[in-house]
Write a protein that binds this ligand. Sequence first.
Ligand code: C2E
Ligand code: MG
Ligand code: MG
Ligand code: MG
Length: 288
Amino acid sequence: NAKDLGRRTYKVYQPGMGDEMRARRLLEEDLHDAIQAGQFELHFQPRLDLKTLRIASYEALIRWNHPVRGQVSPVDFIPAAENSGQIIPIGQWVIDAALSAAKASILDARISVNVSPVQFRDADFIDNVRKALERHQVEASRLEFEITENLLIEDDERALSILMSLKDLGFKIALDDFGVGYSSLGYLSRFPFDTIKIDRSFVQEAGQNSSSQAIIETVVRLGKALNMSIVAEGVEEMDKLLFLASSGCDEIQGFLIGRPKPLANLQRNLPPLVTEALASLTEIPKSM
Ligand code: C2E
Ligand code: MG
Ligand code: MG
Ligand code: MG
């Protein structure tokens, strides 16, 4: 069908295409040269470990600095790159850049990398990852792959075998955006996740909404039972940090801790207000 064709072939704009289609084609054309032109950059957002009170890892987030469009959000160009198949070289660039960052200057912190289902299903994915690891001489356990559950829905036998190969190589695996979409609990026992990232929509509702709080507390308990680490995404306010710490959540990520930054400006310390809040917390006996 047209979608499969679109994966591999490179189509240019033709009169008669809808506006949306046309915009996407133009974006895909620009994407085509973006790697060679050096327009991509990784930013790194810290994840705070609530047990050690240190930055335990950073999530690598791609940025596209387009010469005319300015900074294009991954939310806008990743779907186009998936559609055209360009996500495969782009995703490989991300893995390379993340490994070289891990090697260069992030000390012993872990780096997590988002992987698209299209990239993940590529026949050469495992091989390319293995080669990248050898090239950079980095411990595989320093890298965590973040996948979303739409990867698991389509063909979970194949997804399972790829995840197992990644685990065998020593990588960590995180389930991203947990709680939106299908979120079958069966995934959690069936697939070898090290980490579950609770989607930021739950975190952001946790202030006003007691059912979001209950869901977070339940996922935290589930994570403990399954020996997985729980990360809450999208933490913007101190009351969320306090709630998440008291509920036993392992790690938090969000603008309160720090925004994504280029490697040259990598954030190594916590904001003073966060440090103060954490200091006051440790004086209270833990509830769990
Ligand atoms: P994600 O993997 O769930 O990444 C988290 C997103 O939430 C990032 O958006 C991050 O900047 C944003 N964020 C972090 N803390 C907060 C907060 O406190 N409040 C709010 N409102 N947002 C917060 P970003 O960088 O725009 O990336 C969006 C999505 O694009 C990512 O969601 C991921 O699905 C995708 N993406 C980003 N980089 C890559 C990549 O290298 N490869 C692939 N395949 N996808 C990527
Ligand atoms: Mg992610
Ligand atoms: Mg996420
Ligand atoms: Mg997401």
